[in-house]
Design a protein around this ligand. Structure first.
Ligand code: DX5
Ligand code: ZN
Length: 224
């Protein structure tokens, strides 16, 4: 049986001890580390530049799953690759030439992801499926953690799963994931769950471990 990949979003961590927070979620059972990069232009918030990512790269061996919410994006791909990101995801809405951006990521030796806002139709994926390693379905509008899950995206996840067929493409869900919402998207075909506020609550590492385990169990019971 496929197992859920849990990717805690460090957007919800305590930035005053970012390195320790990454070590804590690593020990607490995170599979990947989700890094939300925001530019104050494509989304109304600002977060991590490449030097910050580089500074935490040696805190864990786990995959750095970098979600770029920046526009334009192509000029910054190499900097995020050099900083140590393993998967680089661009928003379909933030690049004029999606095919070119995805090729550029793979040419840098990284896995290429496409993120879709809640209102973006899955048809944007149709002609790039052979260039994509991951599709990130946003279940909140990007820019902030702690928002409510948008249920209408669940049907879109099922349609994307059907489009992908046997291709080795991960389906990631980002926004409002909890033990209550995780099974809905797992049943629709998702295998990677990003969670920020639902992981980084409670009392440090022990709390994070309980939170990750709760989401994992709720999803593993439903995953295809
Ligand atoms: C939103 C980010 C998400 C966010 C998720 O733009 O892409 O990764 O951190 O946070 P929660 O899990 O709190 O909705
Ligand atoms: Zn994200």
């Amino acid at each position: 049986m496929t197992k859920t990949i849990i990717a805690p979003s460090i957007l919800a961590s305590d930035f005053s001890k970012l390195g320790e927070e990454i070590e804590a979620i690593d020990r607490a059972g995170a599979d990947w580390i989700h890094i939300d990069v925001m530019d104050g232009h494509f989304v109304p918030n600002l977060t991590f530049g490449p030097p910050i990512i580089k500074s935490i790269r040696n805190r864990t061996d786990k995959i750095f799953d970098c979600h770029l919410m920046i526009e334009p994006v192509d000029a910054y791909l190499a900097a995020y690759a050099d900083a140590g990101c393993d998967i680089i995801t661009v928003h379909a809405e933030a690049t004029k030439h999606l095919d070119r951006s995805l090729q550029a990521i793979r040419d840098l030796g990284k896995k290429a992801g496409v993120a879709l806002n809640p209102s973006t139709p899955e048809s944007v994926l149709e002609y790039v499926l052979d260039r994509v390693d991951l599709v990130c379905c946003m279940t909140v509008n990007p820019g902030f953690g702690g928002q409510s899950f948008i249920h209408s995206v669940v049907d879109k996840v099922a349609r994307i799963k059907a489009m992908i067929g046997e291709r080795p493409i991960d389906i990631e869900i980002d926004g409002g994931i909890t033990p209550q919402t995780a099974p809905l998207v797992a049943a629709a075909g998702a295998n990677v769950l990003v969670a920020g506020s639902a992981v980084f609550k409670g009392d440090g590492e022990a709390g994070y471990r309980t939170n990750i385990a709760g989401i994992r169990k709720a999803s593993d019971d439903k995953i295809a």
